[in-house]
Ligand binder design. Structure first.
Ligand SMILES: [Ca+2]
Ligand SMILES: [Ca+2]
Length: 307
């Protein structure tokens, strides 16, 4: 591994590159202006008092480790490889992520068109004060991460992947992901729920998934990557007051969602008898309300979420 320190902030690496790719395996740079051509390969680490120019090529993994949290990145070049952050990096012009931005610790501040993968670990921030975040691609939030997306405006059209854990109800204001954008629109996005460590689902449990200052629109689809342990349980995403989304684990036989299976649920089915609906009265999900739905309610009659 090569280590370089450049107190005068002037480092010029001149290399003859036979195959058009400059290998940088293990390069660690302190106090350095680093210019990337986008054709480099391998690992490079930038530490404190450094600056970055150019783009991250598809074969390059750039790690930023700066406890001073202050690394400016000029220009608008793409991220095609991997950007891993322990500290802070910021840019002004919108750039496109086609690769991976992995915020392990600290923050990434800059407008973005995300078409790749953004990973947000515990208590990290992805933001663009005064700018826009266009979040296509995948935003993968660590289990119980309490991560924040904070921008003047944001559009979410890709996949948000959250990992519910055994935390059934976080304190008020604590969500797996907070969308603190002044103007956030969820447009055709998918919410993926992939259980995290200690996930212990039960009928009636509620998970604080996404908090927002103001959010427009909703998710087109909610996908649970792992089936719930009871085939009659379902995830139900509920939006509250344009400011947050909670994930509820419901029992399909509890048609009115009051946590009991009783005559009220039978009445709800009879009120919708022989109609086509995608509502909760269609207990078995075949699009029509009939005896098959009533039979499921009858089979669970008297049960409750409280045991
Ligand atoms: Ca009920
Ligand atoms: Ca049905």
């Amino acid at each position: 591994m090569a280590k370089m320190s450049t107190p005068l902030r002037d480092l010029l690496i001149v290399a003859v590159v036979a195959a058009g790719v400059l290998p940088m395996d293990g390069l660690v740079l302190n106090n350095c202006d680093l210019s990337l051509a986008g054709t480099e390969s391998g690992d490079v680490t930038l530490r404190s008092f450094s600056a970055l120019h150019g783009g991250i090529g598809p074969d390059c993994r750039l790690t930023i480790q700066n406890p001073d949290y202050n690394l400016p990145w000029s220009g608008d070049d793409d991220i095609a490889g991997q950007l891993i952050v322990y500290g802070g990096v910021q840019w002004d012009a919108a750039r496109t992520n086609l690769g991976v931005i992995d915020v392990q610790d600290g923050f990434v501040i800059g407008p973005i068109f995300n078409r790749g993968l953004v990973r947000l670990r515990a208590n990290t921030i992805f933001g663009a004060p005064g700018g826009h975040l266009d979040l296509g691609g995948v935003v993968d939030v660590d289990a119980d991460a309490r991560a924040r997306i904070d921008a003047q405006s944001a559009t979410v059209s890709g996949v948000i992947r959250l990992r519910p854990t055994n935390v059934t109800f976080n304190p008020i204001g604590q969500y797996q992901l907070s969308l603190l954008s002044g103007d956030c629109t969820i447009d055709g996005a998918t919410l993926e729920l992939e259980p995290g460590p200690g996930f212990a689902p039960a009928w009636g449990r509620v998970y604080n998934l996404i908090g927002a200052s103001v959010v427009h629109g909703s998710f087109a689809e909610v996908i649970a990557t792992t089936p719930l342990p009871n085939p009659r349980w379902r995830w139900e995403l509920r939006r509250h007051n344009n400011t947050h989304f909670r994930g509820h684990i419901v029992h399909v036989a509890d048609v009115n969602r009051d946590l009991f299976v009783d005559e009220l649920d039978v009445s709800a089915i009879l009120a919708a008898w022989h109609t086509s609906t995608s509502g909760p009265e269609d207990v078995n999900g075949d699009g029509f309300v009939d005896f098959a739905d009533l039979a499921i309610v009858v089979a669970h009659f008297g049960q409750s979420a409280f045991g």
